[in-house]
Design a protein around this ligand. Structure first.
Ligand SMILES: NC(=O)C1=CN([C@@H]2O[C@H](COP(=O)(O)OP(=O)(O)OC[C@H]3O[C@@H](n4cnc5c(N)ncnc54)[C@H](OP(=O)(O)O)[C@@H]3O)[C@@H](O)[C@H]2O)C=CC1
Ligand SMILES: O=C(O)C1=N[C@H](C(=O)O)C[C@H](O)C1
Length: 242
């Protein structure tokens, strides 16, 4: 049993995480939302779980370092400077950052990497995601994570090979590109497909989140796993032993 603090506690994920903590008999150390004091929450917590906004990241990293406790970051929409800040903070505390804490997506990323490495570059890779109408970032963190996995499998750099937001006269698809398409609507918790399209055949690897509790349970499992670990940046495959 541990005391765990939630950043973004009043949000959709914050509420699901509070339920997952209770299911595992942890104490909710407290929660903060926009304008809240992450440092004082960290001082009374054994670990922090952050599902909030990229704007909160810097304060959350400082809070975790100040209290010397691990941090799970599920917030998406992070850019390169955010990742550099996480790398730096991981010299002082144990941190896990991921666009998706579910078991299913962690395995899907492995399958995407494997498929991309075994199929030649003439198999086009497209990643399609759908989320609820309230989601503010695109492509989703999960889509980017799946794109990274496919790019790794193929031995290419994702940033240099991304095609997203196609509209109008786009020209032909670039050879070797990894494409992204984002759909928004209704209450969809999170659907992701990695499509590998070859000559007259196509493979689709898909995951559907039926409920946010899959992410919440994964986040709590990650927090449990991080406690007692030395400083470093850890991953969901390590937590889940996949
Ligand atoms: N990694 C994963 O597995 C998953 C990641 N996510 C990601 O988690 C994040 C939250 O998603 P969701 O719960 O649906 O979003 P919500 O909008 O429902 O909740 C976000 C919460 O964060 C709070 N918040 C906003 N800014 C700050 C800040 N600067 N400091 C502290 N708290 C802040 C908001 O408070 P206020 O209302 O006061 O602004 C709100 O309570 C998103 O980035 C989403 O993509 C979601 C699901 C799974
Ligand atoms: O905002 C969400 O809801 C979700 N965000 C994450 C993402 O951006 O991939 C994970 C999940 O798909 C739900």
């Amino acid at each position: 049993m541990a005391r765990i603090g939630i950043i973004g506690s009043a949000g959709r994920m914050g509420q699901a995480i509070a339920t997952a903590l209770a299911d595992r008999e942890h104490d909710l150390a407290g929660g903060v939302d926009a304008g809240g004091d992450a440092a004082s929450l960290a001082d009374r917590s054994d670990a922090l779980v952050d599902f909030s906004s990229p704007q909160a990241l810097e304060a959350n990293l400082h809070a975790a370092i100040g209290a010397g406790i691990p941090l799970v970051i599920g917030t998406t929409g992070l850019d390169e400077p955010h990742h550099t800040a996480i790398d730096n903070a991981a010299r002082d505390v144990a941190i896990l950052q991921t666009g998706n804490t579910s078991l299913g997506v962690t395995l899907l990323a492995h399958l995407a990497r494997e498929a991309a490495s075994r199929l030649g570059p003439d198999w086009d890779i497209e990643i399609v995601e759908m989320h609820h109408r309230h989601k503010v970032d695109a492509p989703s963190g999960t889509a980017l994570l799946l794109g990274e996995a496919a790019a790794e499998g193929r031995g290419i750099d994702l940033t240099a090979n991304t095609e997203s937001g196609r509209d109008g006269h786009t020209g032909e698809r670039a050879a070797g590109a990894i494409g992204f398409a984002a759909l928004r609507g209704g209450t969809v918790a999170g659907d992701h497909s990695v499509i590998l399209a070859g000559e007259q055949e196509r493979i689709t690897l898909s995951h559907a989140a039926e409920n946010r509790m899959i992410f919440a349970r994964g986040a709590v499992r990650a927090a449990e796993w991080l406690m007692g670990k030395p400083p470093g940046r850890y991953t969901m495959p390590e937590v889940l032993n996949l």
